[in-house]
Design a protein around this ligand. Structure first.
Ligand SMILES: Nc1ncnc2c1ncn2[C@@H]1O[C@H](COP(=O)(O)OP(=O)(O)OP(=O)(O)O)[C@@H](O)[C@H]1O
Ligand SMILES: O=C(O)[C@H](O)CO
Length: 524
């Protein structure tokens, strides 16, 4: 591996001109980590991403380089947790041409936004957009089904003169339930709930949802035909796959019953499948009768991802630079078990903090872990190169950023979330890396501000975590065995390690951050 890295290593010009003295920043590593996280979340605020994606020019708009003429022909639908704020901004930009609209948003969201003083994310008082709240606890219910019917109705009435703006964000699947008869809402809910509980991935879950729904998998675009459809999408899925985010209502996708049945079989759900679901899966595809013209005119649909984990990481990197760090983005697609993910960050920290040439075993182990955690070898090598330069050439402090959605195998009954559990595990990995005056710091936070069923988004840890816990009589391993990371951090130092940003109004999965301090010259 040392050989692999040396291929990428540029000439150590700083070594020739003398080491640059790292800029000392008075702010603690902890507070700088929090500021970088805030920047990541701000970059993907629903109003911000819509504002950046719609350019208004007199009676037309330009989206993704395409021009659409406005002639009081604009209709708007939306579904997802961040959609209210997206709609409020769209209304500000193109409201004068808006005929009507329906959005399906989480139960209680208007009240919550008002309470938090987020009035800029609410619609105007006399808005043409009807707000329908539903899907309590992120589960499809009859309120969400009524909203889905309203959206289907609106789309079905459009003509070729119309423009339909579709706003989509995470949580959209539960907010747009339209089960194909004879499947009932309850039956569909049972199937998806059992799949989720059995550990199905979002890819598997939404492949099944698409097969059982009228509106998912391109159904909404079908009902809107022949109108022009423009979908603005805030992605909460790794890789930003258009057909899977909120189950892709504007992305025509074929349903293969064999694929759906094999997913159900894999999670041992075939025997308990309701007759209605078997009936629908036994029907020939497609689910609706498409005409030739519709198939040929797929260009009537524009799908644009306007916010994602990558966007959040890019802005976080910019903020990190302002705060005195050299940023490096590892990947926006970190997944896999939190144990492997924590091991990876522990190894990268060790690699960065070596006082001499890092032993080749570290890089080899990093590369071995890559496929388990969804990170390409190329990205690992590129990142290690930056860390190596930071170490050898006096670049000062480094901020490693990554994002994604790791998983936790739940064995205990405690309170926690994947971000807090990851931060706890990385804290243990960093043990012994307390370089003077600060050691590396790790932050993991959910951009939606809520990690699992807790009020925290995540936590911040460092190499002193184990000793700190011991001094306060907290047995880390007990908390870990019981998946009780939230209780652990709540007790530890009066909750100081918790990251509690409150309601963020957005969701582009999680942000991970490893802050490496400048390695003091006297110990190099
Ligand atoms: N006690 C716990 N400890 C660790 N992880 C937990 C615990 N309880 C739940 N989780 C994890 O939290 C995740 C669900 O939390 P959360 O609601 O934040 O998920 P999400 O995927 O971000 O949802 P959404 O995208 O709909 O907001 C699951 O991955 C689950 O395994
Ligand atoms: O709504 C959904 O399907 C998930 O949030 C993924 O987009």
């Amino acid at each position: 591996m040392a050989r692999v890295l040396s291929l990428f290593r540029p000439q150590p010009f700083l070594a020739l001109v003398g080491r640059r003295k790292p800029t000392l920043c008075k702010m603690s590593m902890d507070s700088r980590a929090r500021k970088v996280f805030v920047a990541a979340v701000e970059a993907v605020q629903p109003d911000t991403v819509v504002r950046q994606s719609i350019e208004r020019k007199e009676d037309s708009v330009i989206i993704n380089g395409q021009k659409f003429t406005l002639k009081h022909n604009l209709h708007l639908v939306g579904f997802g947790k961040a959609v209210l704020g997206m709609a409020a901004e769209a209304e500000r930009i193109v409201g004068d041409h808006l005929v009507n609209g329906v959005i399906s948003v989480p139960h209680g969201i208007q009240q919550t936004l008002k309470q938090h003083g987020k009035d800029h994310l609410l619609l105007k008082e006399n808005s043409h957009i009807k707000v329908m709240e539903g899907a309590k606890h992120n589960l499809p219910d009859s309120d969400a089904q009524k909203a889905a019917e309203g959206i289907k109705q609106l789309a079905s009435e459009l003509t070729e003169k119309d423009l339909l703006l579709v706003l989509i964000s995470g949580g959209g699947s539960a907010l747009l339930p339209a089960p194909i008869p004879p499947i009932s809402l309850q039956e569909k809910l049972d199937v998806t709930r059992k799949l989720a509980a059995a550990g199905a991935t979002i890819q598997e879950l939404n492949t099944v949802r698409r097969a059982l729904s009228f509106l998912k998998g391109g159904g909404l675009a079908h009902y809107a035909h022949p109108a022009q459809v423009v979908a603005l999408i805030l992605s909460d899925v790794i890789g930003d796959p258009l057909d899977l985010i909120a189950s892709g209502p504007t992305v025509r996708s074929e349903v293969w019953p064999e694929e759906v049945l094999s997913i159900l079989e894999q999670y041992k759900l075939l025997n308990s499948l309701p007759a209605s679901v078997k009936d629908v899966l036994g029907r020939p595809s497609p689910r609706w009768k498409e005409n030739k013209d519709e198939i040929e005119k797929a260009e009537n649909v524009l799908n644009a991802v306007i916010g994602s984990n990558s966007v959040a990481l890019k802005c976080a990197g910019r903020r990190a630079r302002e705060l005195g760090f050299r940023p490096v983005v590892l990947s926006p697609g970190v997944c896999g078990d939190v144990r492997s993910v924590s091991r990876l960050y522990g190894l990268l920290a060790r690699f960065a903090c070596c006082q001499e040439e890092p032993p080749p075993e570290i890089a080899a182990e990093v590369l071995r872990l890559g496929p388990e955690v969804g990170v390409e070898s190329w990205d690992l090598c590129r990142t290690m190169q930056v860390l190596d330069e930071g170490r050898t050439e006096g670049w000062g402090a480094t901020c490693l950023l990554a994002g994604g959605e790791p998983t936790v195998e739940l064995t205990g009954k405690g309170q926690g979330g994947r971000n807090q559990e990851l931060a706890l595990r990385v804290g243990l990995e960093l043990r012994g890396l307390q370089l003077p005056p600060n050691g590396p710091v790790f932050l993991s936070g959910g951009t939606d501000g809520q990690d699992g069923p807790t009020e925290a988004a995540g936590a911040i840890t460092d190499g002193g975590l184990y000793e700190e816990a011991q001094a306060q009589g907290l047995d880390i391993n007990n908390f870990l065995t019981n998946n009780d990371s939230y209780s652990f951090f709540s007790h530890l130092s009066a909750g100081q390690h918790l990251l509690v940003p409150g309601l963020t109004c957005t969701n582009v999965m999680d942000v991970h951050m490893l802050l490496i301090p400048p390695i003091p010259i006297n110990i190099r």
